[in-house]
Design a protein around this ligand. Sequence first.
Ligand code: ATR
Length: 271
Amino acid sequence: MRTVFGVFGDPIAHSRSPDMHNAAFRELGMECSYHAFRVSPSKLRDALLGAKAMGFGGVNLTVPLKQEALKIVDADPLAASIGAINTVDFKEEMRGYNTDGTGAKRTLEEKGVMIANSRVLIVGAGGASRAIAFQFAKDGADITIANRTAGKAIELASDVSAVGIASGCGLENLKGLIADSDILINCTTLGMHPHTEGTIATAQDMHPGLTVFDIVYNPLETRLVKEAKKAGAKAVTGEMMLIYQGAEAFKIWTGVEPPIDVMKKAVLEGF
Ligand code: ATR
């Protein structure tokens, strides 16, 4: 009998996770399948208990369920400090993890970018920013979080300070902050389809030693990524974070390292 995996969220129709995970299961000859399920926050408890009772191998959670899951699932320490769960494992009790930060970390490491001791500027203070800021602070980076609503950046930085070095501010001095950074990460929705002209920075704000990582992957090459290339900076596109957060979840559930190239091909075919 096949072991079933899934992603719960709402909306969920456009999730690329089923194609990505099913391609990996096929490649490895594993008797498993992965499906998308539309689940609202008020039904999350029932859905998780049902999935566990039916012998699911594990599930991913996406918007708007990641925070709600903390009330239901036993979170590992990193997910608990981030305040969001994107991966649930059913092997023993229900255990929750957050692989968004590790996904971002692997994305940069695979490109040869060092995180420890680097000066990282994260623009945006939503869920993605939170996961990356905690992971990178834990890994020894010096984090600055800049956000349109400065109060949210200051609050997030204060939480992150529990595990590492972090400060928060508004966007007024973004150019100066970029000049003082090794890594710039866009965690805002600026540049996302259909507003593809939006960008947090242009080429003239950047320097050649800078790594620019845009977590937006729709379009694949955002305006920010184009600007980074123009400036001679190292540009890193967002689809790899999607792939690596999925790969980390796959490992938690199965103990197996999935084939990244196969997952990437499946994700890119969906564009
Ligand atoms: P996610 O969970 O994917 O991180 P989110 O929680 O909706 O997304 O956060 C979106 C981020 O994009 C926020 O930091 C938001 O800034 P505010 O906190 O001030 O709302 C940022 N953002 C969205 N539109 C923006 C814009 N036009 N200019 C600057 N920042 C923007």
